[in-house]
Design a protein around this ligand. Structure first.
Ligand SMILES: *Cc1c(COP(=O)(O)O)cnc(C)c1O
Length: 476
């Protein structure tokens, strides 16, 4: 299986190389040259597999340079009942990522039982294991550089902590994260984790990462890598969520299921798109945005208009506050028949005019028939949904999952089960939960008193040279 860049001007790579590369050298994103198919016999066989074994089967279809037994072992070491099963053994395969039916035909796929209580853990933890394996085999090293407003950074740090051959440099805006998020990241004592608090906002952190990554000689010299969802390894690990959700919601393979996905960077829902291309019987993929509705605007009108950072609203579902959805490029690439020249033209339009418009063009009917639909949820929708779900089903959902549920309910077709992907546990966003229902969300025992633990973090100026200097001194 070969990986190609959406922009068509980078070398084709094997899985392991695409994993370490992250972004392609031509600025594009890697995708497999074709999607492997799931056949009916396979789906039937997968029904009884525990999560780890299912993950090895699904991901194995995209990997031909890591032996199957090795991949299975990495998955089994990653997806353990100790970490994901709330301590229950995974003898009954429903215990990792359980599906909770709120009512007949409306389910919640619980993906947030990992170390940082967000769905990103499931994919990020496997990415850490894959990095470590590939680096050890090559005698290589990786310095991971990232910026976070909260969730991605902590998921990445918990996935990479203590791993051989990896150092993590994570920039976060000083004083802008919640006390809980700050404690999650800064209380890690592993020497390979470097928390760098930047005097500025999230966009300043992001700009610093771009400035350092744009210095190619520096990037080469220190083998700088990324862990955001432009990394194909994260996308492929997330495909498993959909296969798992489908198998748990159905009894036979002639049934269909729809999924609702709270979306930011289009990473999670892109994995659903890949599952659908593989032949998983998905009816609709329902994309939910918050007030930052770049993607909803596109699916309604065909216009993709990215926003400047000053136009990006700070909302109560902050992990969906995006102005540009990086993974959207992979979906559009598929929609335009994988025509790299046309893709480069569209992204040139974004760079020069801030938008492109596909409504009324020959590809628009293809997009409309692709099974993706969208909707938008606002602060008051979010509060109302959290209150409704608590009242009606005695379940507390986090603000992002609430956005997903709100849009799911608008797009429900009674004859097809609708599964909403849970993206975080409510304790991470306690303030909004209290605003919605007046109750503090439950806190898992491992997080009791986390705000009181000693914290480790370096203050750093919003200056690329200062950052490079820090990395050069601490890189592996
Ligand atoms: C990352 C994240 C999202 C958005 O996911 P994408 O893959 O970027 O679309 C939504 N909710 C939460 C809680 C997240 O952490």
């Amino acid at each position: 299986m070969k990986y190609i860049s959406t922009r068509g001007r980078a070398p084709e790579l094997a899985f392991s190389d695409a994993l370490l590369a992250g972004l392609a050298t031509d600025g594009g994103l890697y995708l497999p040259s074709r999607y492997p198919a799931i056949d009916v016999a396979e789906l039937a066989r997968w029904r009884t597999l525990p999560y780890a074994d299912l993950a090895a089967e699904v991901i194995g279809k995209f990997v031909d340079d890591i032996p199957g037994e090795t991949l299975l072992e990495l998955c089994r070491r990653t997806y353990t009942a100790e970490v994901y099963g709330n301590g229950r053994p995974d003898s009954d395969c429903s215990l990792i990522t359980p599906l909770r039916w709120l009512e007949p035909g409306l389910g919640l796929l619980e993906l947030s039982n990992g170390p940082t209580l967000a769905f990103k853990d499931m994919a990020m933890q496997l990415l850490g294991a894959l990095f470590e394996h590939v680096l050890a085999r090559r005698g290589a090293r990786l310095n991971v550089l990232g910026a976070t407003s909260g969730d991605t950074g902590s998921a990445a740090e918990y996935a990479m902590r203590g791993r051989r051959g990896i150092e993590v440099f994570m920039l976060s805006p000083a004083g802008r994260m919640s006390p809980f998020q700050r404690a999650q990241m800064y209380s890690l004592q592993d020497p390979n984790i470097h928390n760098l608090a930047v005097k500025g906002v999230f966009d300043d952190c992001q700009d610093l990462v771009k400035a350092v990554a744009g210095d190619l000689p520096f990037r080469e010299r220190h083998s700088i890598g990324t862990v955001n969802s432009i990394n194909w390894g994260r996308v492929v690990a997330q495909v498993v969520y959909y296969v798992r959700g489908y198998l748990m919601a159905t009894r036979s393979d002639d049934e269909k299921v729809s999924f609702a996905v709270p979306s930011g960077n289009f990473g999670n829902i892109l994995s659903g798109w890949v599952a659908k291309q593989m032949g998983l019987p998905i009816d609709k993929l329902v994309l939910a945005t918050n007030e930052n509705d770049v993607l909803d605007e596109f699916f309604r009108t065909g216009r993709y208009r990215v926003r400047g950072s000053s136009e990006t609203h700070a909302t109560s579902s902050p992990s969906m506050d995006i102005s540009k959805a990086s993974n959207f490029e992979r979906y559009i690439f598929d929609m335009i028949g994988r025509d790299s020249a046309l893709l480069r033209e569209l992204w040139w339009e974004i760079d020069t005019r801030g938008q492109f418009h596909l409504g009324g063009t020959p590809v628009w009917p293809t997009i409309q028939a692709s099974g993706l639909v969208s909707g938008r949820s606002t602060h008051s929708d979010r509060l109302r949904t959290i209150a409704m779900v608590h009242d009606r089903y005695k379940v507390i959902v986090d603000p992002h999952t609430a956005d997903g549920l709100k849009v799911a309910l608008q797009n429900r077709d009674r004859s097809v089960p609708m599964i909403c992907l849970e993206t975080a546990l409510p304790v991470k966003f306690a303030e909004t939960i209290v605003e919605a229902i007046g109750v503090e969300p439950p806190r898992p025992a491992a997080f009791e008193g986390i705000e009181g633990r000693p914290q480790r973090c370096e203050a750093i100026a919003a200056d690329a040279e200062a950052l490079k200097d820090y990395i050069a001194r601490h890189a592996c």
